[in-house]
Write a protein that binds this ligand. Structure first.
Ligand SMILES: [Fe+2]
Ligand SMILES: [Fe+2]
Length: 318
């Protein structure tokens, strides 16, 4: 009898699990596979040859940061997989396998584009275009800028790994909720969606670089699944611990300055409508709160929309 119970634990598939929303997201991801090597880069190569130097530099300031960001988010998914395993969520693990592959593929897209179009790929060729966050500060001193992708996410990831090591379910759930909130709701779900749009709009305004635009479009549709996986996982965790909704607000609060500021690139391309992306951030923030089942922080919304707050922050990637 005992042996039989042990054997039951070896199988994770159930009809209910396969009907669940996370498992369905896994199916969608498998159906939506795309290959960066199959995009046609020839028109981008032509456009690059005639693109003025200042536009090349402005654009690389953005794409190089995305390139680094996609690699950082790929590396920091490992603790999420550990946590899904520790909580016996095989459906989450299955979905996360596509998530990791997609973040690696986003990084690969940037490798392909930089190598084929801009002719740069080695770290020493890319690094000069990476704008340091220290150069972008809020002149009013009201907000503190934090490096969310390259400092915040790895720190939260270490916190989650440490929680998994304790084997204490409550600690794992709490750290997981914080990690999902920062990674999926804040970074992917609010901060980077308008940044992706900025690149797409720039390509449209310049009537150039169709492969770059297409790659960003494909990435954005993958990101939609990443975000809603994270926010629905937060909602699931909050169902068990309704008192933890303050943790969600605390995470957004820690990186408030990053989300309130304008993305630096908006100022570099005069053709762009700055307010559009701030309004977009608010729309995304409200959607994420609705998906997580938490009440939006109206002060944060007012600050995002406040035209007097116009310092710039570096763009990132999800
Ligand atoms: Fe993502
Ligand atoms: Fe990504």
């Amino acid at each position: 009898m005992h042996k039989e119970v042990d054997n039951l634990k070896k199988f994770h598939f159930t009809r209910e699990m396969m009907r669940g929303s996370v498992y369905r997201k896994y199916e969608k991801a498998i159906n939506a596979l795309w290959n960066p090597r199959e995009l046609d880069y020839s028109k981008d190569v032509e456009d690059w040859a005639t693109l003025p130097e200042h536009r090349r530099a402005a654009l690389l300031g953005l794409t190089v940061r995305f390139f680094a960001g996609e690699q950082a988010v790929a590396e920091n998914l490992i603790p999420m997989i550990q946590a899904a395993w520790a909580l016996d969520r095989f459906d989450w693990l299955m979905y996360l396998s596509t998530f990791v592959m997609e973040e690696c593929k986003h990084a690969e897209f940037f490798a392909q584009w930089h190598e084929r179009v801009a002719g740069i790929l080695e770290p020493e060729e890319l690094a000069p275009y990476f704008l340091e966050r220290a150069a972008t500060v809020d002149p009013t001193g009201r907000f503190e800028l934090r490096e969310v992708v390259h400092e915040g996410i790895p720190r939260y990831a270490r916190e989650l790994t440490a929680a998994v090591d304790t084997e204490d379910r409550q600690k794992i759930e709490r750290a997981f909720l914080r990690f999902l909130t920062l990674y999926n709701a804040h970074v992917e779900g609010v901060l980077t969606m308008p940044s992706y749009e900025i690149v797409v709009d720039t390509c449209t305004a310049w009537n150039a670089l169709p492969a770059l635009k297409q790659g960003y479009r494909r990435i954005m549709s993958d990101e939609g699944r990443h975000i809603t996986f994270g926010t629905s996982a937060v909602r699931t965790l909050l169902d068990d611990h309704p008192e933890w909704d303050q943790l969600v607000h605390d995470v957004f609060d820690e990186f408030r300055g990053t989300i309130v500021g304008l993305v630096e690139y908006q100022k570099a391309v005069p053709e762009l409508d700055l307010q559009k992306y701030q309004v977009g951030k608010v729309r995304h923030y409200r959607n994420r709160c609705r998906e997580m089942g938490v009440t939006p922080d109206e002060t944060l919304i007012e600050q995002i929309l406040d035209p007097s707050i116009d310092y710039v922050v570096g763009v990132t990637a999800g």
